[in-house]
Design a protein around this ligand. Sequence first.
Ligand SMILES: [Zn+2]
Length: 606
Amino acid sequence: MAIPRHIVDEVRARTDIAELIGRTVTLRRAGRSYSGLCPFHNEKSPSFSVVPDKGIFHCFGCGEGGDAFAYLMKSRGVSFYEAVKELGDAAGVVVEEKELSREERQRLERRADLYDVTEETAQFFTNTLLTAPEGAPGRDYLAKRGITVETAQKYRLGFAPESWDRLASHLQRKRIPMQMAKAARVVGQREGSDRVYDLFRNRLMFPILDDRGRVIAFGGRILPGPPDAPKADGPKYMNSPESEIYDKSKILYGLSWARLGVQRKNRVLVVEGYFDAVSLWQAGIEEVVATCGTALTAAHLSVARKLTRRVVALFDTDEAGLKAATNAMNLFLDAEMEALRLDLRPAKDPDEFIQAHGAAAFEERLSRAESLVELVISRTIAKEGNTVEGRSRAVESVLPMLRRLSRSMRTQVEAFSAQQLGMTVAELLDRIGRVDDRPQPAQSSAPPPRWVPTRELAHILWLLLHYPAQVAPVLAEADPDVLTDRRSVLQAMVELARGTPLAEVLESGRDADLARALRAIAARQAEYQEEQAQSAARSLLARLELSRVESEILTINAKIAACETSGDKSSYVSLAKEISALYVRQRQLKAVVSSRTTRASATNSP
Ligand SMILES: [Zn+2]
């Protein structure tokens, strides 16, 4: 969907990128920019920088970078259109949609109304939990389970009071039609009755969010009443039924909070319970999500796959557990994802484990998680017994799994299976019916070297970014060949000299190396004062030309030496003229270079 360029530029200009990124990354001000720990790779000291006046972020560690839209796309997996739309909504810029049919428009409006209902409901539950007198049971329960108020607020936990109509009457006061509340699946209505009732009662509430952070459904855990009260009614966990906005097979609970952690650790930990997810997150295991009361589906995996190819999950090792693990393994193989099995025994769930042993012990177990494919294979082989017939049955049952392996996993799993079956890899490959396509020793096909600007050019670009009005006239007089032989760089310089904002220049360019270099240069601290800008630019240009002149002098000196040997007099004369002109130019340039004031900072060069 094409959005007009001026709309994109306006949304970008109105978005405070430091505020946007600051919502998910702790940023510290450092001069004109901010720095923090990169959300895209694992690091202990900050190499991630945000430059609000240039509208960009850049990581010196992993090279990620771009504008506010790029940040949303990379950190949340949204499309460019969704990013512009979301930031446009926030900045009050109307982002034009394509022409919608009447039905499409009505459907969108109805969905928007449903989101309003679920959002209002979530706020009602949260306020009840945090402040209302009838929220006390919820607060007591959280305290007992060791969940802090901060965590509860982060996950927007709530409490549904013990009442048949507290939520329904709240929604009515907010003028929400009961038809919409029913469609959003937060209230129900008995057949033949005109009274609606609250679906969730006396439950701790976990709002379920979609990838834009909108509440779309709820999970509720029933709370134990006082010992002498009648038994609480309903199942221990209850989920919203599916609705027009909620499809449980596609939603991973907690993903909106886990997304950055998943990218950073390059793995996602899938647990079953809401409490497990919240409790692990609170302990610092950020890459955790839960399935909403269903087994893992292919749709779950395609959501997770956008962020990482490695999934860690818990599977029992009894007969039923092995069956579930085998089913799940086939999903993983089809999705070409690597699955690891986490063993937390004797703890019965992750929450119990983390409360008892803490995060370090949990990480230690995570590091020992075993390959799910290998587990299933070794279990299958063990089940068939160690007789000759058993072995042959084992080979037959393992072959279909091996045939499904994606290329990246073959080598390791095949070697493992052959060893378990007591065969050579060649024998096993023969049985699989596959030719040996294991990677041969690496051929030398090194990637082309990455372009980086010379030190002088980097400084010139820095000056141009910060003082275009002063520096543009100096560059206009310069010989472009002295600056660079890369066309995209010259084009970008022309744009910057006209005062085009950096983020727009980066967007229109296709040169990834240049974009990376420009972001890195923009993220540098002050190099020169404004009043130094022109003389600095002249001096840098002189340095660049000087190095060219000096290499020409070397070339011509070599030619002159050759003429002296061969006795070619006419060439000698013209070369001598050329070189004396070069010596004159060399002296002029040296004077420019040495006359100029010293740089503001000698250590912080771009
Ligand atoms: Zn990084």
